[in-house]
Design a protein around this ligand. Structure first.
Ligand SMILES: [Zn+2]
Length: 245
């Protein structure tokens, strides 16, 4: 079996979270120990995209995929995504940008992702006006050729987790995937698998905020088949990364 691929792994130092930082060597240790087989890697709120991009390009690590953290309205970000083949995904953070995903400032970013066949990772969280998961479902309906990853299972609250499962079950949304990071009720994760299929879920840790071993344990604790576990742990994200045009 392949080792798990983390769909949400940060590298760098944080502005807001005092002293919190992580490095490429953290990831390489996790790979060496067999905890992970790789990761989708993104910068921090310092938005040091280019430095991280170069660091990853220069490293020997396999299965480490760079996601560009784009800011709404930035022409420079769109150009970078379009002109660098080694960009494997896009990350946006509506709460930090203070703009919901339906804001027109994201349009160029989402179109660039569609054109290049890149998955778009969207932070979802408690600030509903900015980061409600329903905005992701809306954007996914408009930008049909991009795949969207709903961050943190829609946001850190059981009613949100339940709502997300209901809404995806009702609406179809076949280009929407769910990152399980920050979700702490394994019964609900099991419910998501039985109602939406294991193809929708992705193991993510949001490292360094959580350790991937926590979410790998959650997946392994589920009463589902080995094949379903493997889908969540590495197969789904691997497919998403390969859809690039
Ligand atoms: Zn994150």
């Amino acid at each position: 079996m392949m080792n798990p691929i983390d769909c949400h792994f940060h590298i760098g130092r944080w502005k807001e979270e005092e002293g919190l930082s992580s490095s490429l060597s953290d990831l390489s240790s996790l790979i060496e120990s067999g905890c992970l087989g790789g990761a989708a890697v993104m910068t921090t709120d310092r938005l040091e995209n280019e430095a991280l991009f170069e660091e990853i390009k220069g490293s020997e690590l396999e299965n480490v995929h760079f996601f560009y953290w784009a800011v709404p309205g930035s022409r420079k970000d769109i150009d970078f995504i379009k002109s660098n083949d080694e960009v494997k995904g896009v990350k946006v953070h509506p709460s930090l940008a203070k703009k919901p995903l339906i804001d027109k400032g994201y349009r160029g970013i989402l179109e660039a992702a569609e054109e290049a066949g890149l998955p778009v990772y969207v932070h979802c969280g408690r600030w509903k006006e900015m980061s409600d998961y329903t905005f992701v479902l809306k954007a996914a309906g408009i930008h049909r050729n991009a795949s969207f990853i709903v961050g943190h299972f829609g946001g850190k609250h059981p009613s949100t987790w339940k709502g997300l499962i209901d809404d995806i079950e009702k609406g179809g949304h076949d280009n929407v995937y769910i990152d399980i990071s920050e979700m702490t009720e394994f019964m609900l994760a099991g419910r998501a698998v039985s109602r939406l299929g294991s193809e929708r879920l992705l193991m993510g840790s949001d490292y360094p905020f959580s350790h991937p071993a926590m979410y790998i344990a959650l997946v392994n604790a589920l009463d589902i088949s080995d094949e379903e576990k493997e889908n969540i742990l590495w197969r789904n994200i691997t497919k998403l990364l390969k859809t690039k045009n």
